[in-house]
Design a protein around this ligand. Structure first.
Ligand code: PLP
Length: 382
């Protein structure tokens, strides 16, 4: 089945009870058993719920995996992966990691004796230098947030495999429309479905997908034991969102390209970070492992002034000033004072997150209107 067909049909069929074409919201905690142990596959909704299970199968198919598991948020999904580890195990993670992942690793799991190394994975050598016999997990984000760094998943998978470590990829920015990490050798794919998969800024959810039945068993055991499951109403919303994922992503990519190229010609712009630009670091790897380049863009201003950047993000009208990404509406953010404010300025600047850096989540509005909006905001600064 091709991707656009899978988004609408994979794992889904008419409701067995009524024939409803849309998967119903099974808003129930428990299921009546005909006799002890005699049931229709469902006993209690923490362990399994038909709406959630339909979504889990659908997403697994989109990622070319066999098993899917849905959680109450992206962070709950990441939390479940980390719970596969034991004290003394080491993790190597991308250095410009999603802030929430960094916080979970360093302020929660470090307390349980898990050791974290944060390295620049755009240079693959940095992983090889850090890996050792205790390394049990490599955690990769690509493209990264907010610098849109590209990491060679095939190369990292080779390193992980030879070290006997699991490779987990946070595929939130790319979505399965643009990139399938399992096909490149990853063991686990993670999504914040809050972003592009849901796509309408109306739901929080996390997803894990894998191929290996043993890994799946561990994930389901943790999902059922810790209980951070996705609810049936939220599962319904993400199922509905995914049905248009391919159509939305196509437009996100088109709009992303138009705005990235417009910005790169703008006299007030110093640098544009978008993986589709020929000048972008590791653009050749992006071309190899992605089918398009998405709608996430960051850019810095020639005059690196905090005041100007803050003014710019306050002066757009269509680009709404907000955290998050991946919805149909365009968003604008200022990483240094929003998502990355807790990182000390020197460390932030080492990652490229200068005071004038601005991040866009380009939505699916008409690109002409978006560019007019950005142009007006640009004219409002010195
Ligand atoms: C949002 C996000 C997360 C966390 O997901 P939530 O649904 O907010 O818990 C993890 N990784 C990336 C890349 C994200 O953008």
């Amino acid at each position: 089945m091709k991707f656009a067909t899978k988004t609408i049909h994979a794992g889904l069929g008419p409701d067995p009870a009524t024939g409803a074409i849309m998967t119903p919201i099974y808003q129930t905690s428990t299921y009546v058993q005909e006799g002890i142990g005699q049931h229709k596959g469902y006993t209690y909704s923490r362990s399994g719920n038909p709406t959630r299970n339909a979504l889990e199968q659908n997403i697994a198919a989109l990622e070319n995996g066999k098993f899917g598991a849905c959680f109450g948020s992206g962070m709950a999904a990441i939390d479940a992966v980390l719970k596969m580890l034991k004290p003394g195990d080491e993790v190597i993670a991308t250095n410009d990691l999603y802030g929430g992942s960094y916080r979970l690793f360093t302020s929660i799991f470090a307390n349980f004796g898990i050791v974290f190394h944060f390295v620049d994975m755009s240079d693959i050598q940095c992983i090889a230098q850090t890996i050792n016999t205790n390394t049990k997990l490599i955690w990769v984000e690509t493209p990264t947030n907010p610098m849109l760094n590209i990491i060679d998943l095939h190369a990292v998978a080779d390193i992980a495999q030879s070290a006997g470590a699991l490779l987990a990829v946070d595929n939130t920015f790319a979505t399965p429309y643009l990139q399938n990490p399992l096909d490149l050798g990853a063991d686990i794919v993670m999504h914040s479905a809050t972003k592009y998969l849901g796509g309408h800024s109306d739901v929080m959810m996390g997803v894990l997908v894998c191929q290996d039945p043993q890994i799946a068993q561990k994930i389901y055991h943790i999902q059922n034991s810790s209980g951070a499951i996705a609810g049936p109403m939220d599962s319904f919303l993400v199922l509905r969102g995914i049905k248009t994922l391919h159509v939305r992503m196509q437009r996100h990519c088109e709009n992303g390209e138009k705005i990235a190229r417009w910005l790169s010609l703008h006299p007030k712009v110093e640098h544009v970070y978008w993986p589709g630009l020929e000048t972008h670091l590791n653009h050749d790897i992006a071309k190899k492992q992605m089918r398009g380049f998405g709608g996430m863009i960051s850019f810095s201003l020639k005059e690196n002034r905090l005041k100007d950047a803050q003014k710019l993000v306050s002066n757009t009208k269509l680009f709404a000033l907000a955290e998050s990404l991946g919805g149909v509406e365009s968003l604008i953010g200022h990483p240094a004072s929003m998502t990355h404010a807790s990182i000390p300025q020197v460390d932030r600047e080492k990652l490229g997150i200068v005071d004038s850096l601005i991040r866009l989540s380009v939505g699916i509005e008409d690109s002409v209107d978006l560019i007019v909006d950005m142009d007006k905001a640009m004219n409002s600064i010195a």
